[in-house]
Write a protein that binds this ligand. Structure first.
Ligand SMILES: Nc1ncnc2c1ncn2[C@@H]1O[C@H](COP(=O)(O)OP(=O)(O)OP(=O)(O)O)[C@@H](O)[C@H]1O
Ligand SMILES: N[C@@H](CCO)C(=O)O
Length: 292
């Protein structure tokens, strides 16, 4: 049996901790034979455990335990196209895969809403795990432990991601955020997020782009952590793009543009010779998938 989970790009600026999209890079796990001890075969480097301490197995065991079930240890093959700690939801992809692993092995028959509730409790916020489960665009809210989400189609466009050659852990990127916002600032920031959502749902990418870049929740606090952001945003503006935002906690920078500008925009960005990869991505509409 194989389980695949898409990468995700969270926040879209003003949708901080709430809005995310699924994109076409995948984590895939294959469940192989029963073993004495859990074994995860992967090529993700020495920092990613291959035993019971791998986040995949930790998540699956945690979920099984919540339903008073025991899982039999298996050998698992894990292959991931999702770069680690780059703002494309690598931890969420493995958490969603771990929930699905428990779901399949312990026959829990979880609904997507139940998977989302569990995934949000484990990840801490819903904006990556929700699109990883449902696919497409998801707008979600978690308040006092209860997660509510709405999935929708993302407007027709092209996505260009610049993935820098350095890691930025979500925990480090959250450390620079303020503890509190004033009431006035919170109202302003959430009103921008409301118009962003309405613009996305009415396929108005010009207005959505304005609202993405008007974010007041996180990018201004994080911009010094990702020096390429302001330069790429300027290039994107000069080349007709709708919006540029810090994908998740960064350092990946996502550009939303009309397909007709993609080639020229890619050339202009490549000319900057930044250390990293430029990826043309598409929206994944399927979310987590299980195949025999
Ligand atoms: N396939 C994997 N197997 C095991 N652990 C993983 C895997 N992918 C990611 N992780 C764990 O998640 C950590 C990265 O999580 P982090 O939240 O910092 O970044 P991210 O999820 O890639 O980015 P973001 O949440 O901003 O989109 C890795 O350092 C590793 O510990
Ligand atoms: N909303 C989260 C996404 C990364 O996990 C953040 O920006 O910190």
């Amino acid at each position: 049996m194989k389980i695949s989970v898409p990468a995700t790009s969270a926040n879209l600026g003003a949708g901080f901790d709430s809005i995310g999209i699924a994109v076409n890079l995948y984590l895939e796990i294959e469940i192989l034979e029963v073993c004495e001890e859990w074994l995860v075969i992967h090529e993700l480097g020495d920092d990613v455990p291959s035993d019971v301490h791998n986040l995949l197995i930790e998540t699956a065991l945690d979920v099984a335990q919540r339903f008073s079930k025991k899982l039999v240890a298996h050998k698992i093959k894990m292959v991931s196209e999702v770069p680690l700690a780059r703002g494309l939801g690598s931890s969420s992809s493995v958490i969603v895969a771990g929930i699905e692993l428990a779901n399949q092995l312990a026959e829990l028959h979880l609904t997507n809403d139940e998977k989302l509730q569990l995934a949000t409790e484990i990840e801490g916020h819903p904006d990556n795990v929700a699109p990883a489960i449902f696919g497409n665009l998801v707008i979600a809210s978690t308040v006092e432990g209860k997660t509510t989400a709405v999935q929708a189609a993302f407007p027709e466009c092209a996505l260009l991601a610049f993935v820098p050659n350095y890691e930025l852990k979500t925990s480090d990127s959250r450390r620079v955020l303020p503890e509190n916002l004033t009431y006035k600032e919170a109202v302003a920031a959430s009103s921008i997020a409301n118009v962003l959502t309405a613009s996305l749902l009415t396929a108005n990418l010009e207005k959505a782009g304005e609202m993405i870049e008007a974010d007041r929740f996180h990018e201004k606090y994080r911009k010094n952590l990702v020096k390429e952001l302001s330069i790429l945003r300027e290039i994107a503006h000069e080349n007709g793009a709708y919006a540029t935002y810090l994908s998740g906690a960064g350092p990946t920078i996502m550009i939303i543009t009309n397909k007709k500008f993609l080639t020229e925009l890619s050339k202009k960005i490549a000319a900057e010779n930044f250390d990293g990869k430029l990826l043309q991505l598409k929206i994944d509409t399927a979310g987590v998938q299980v195949r025999e």
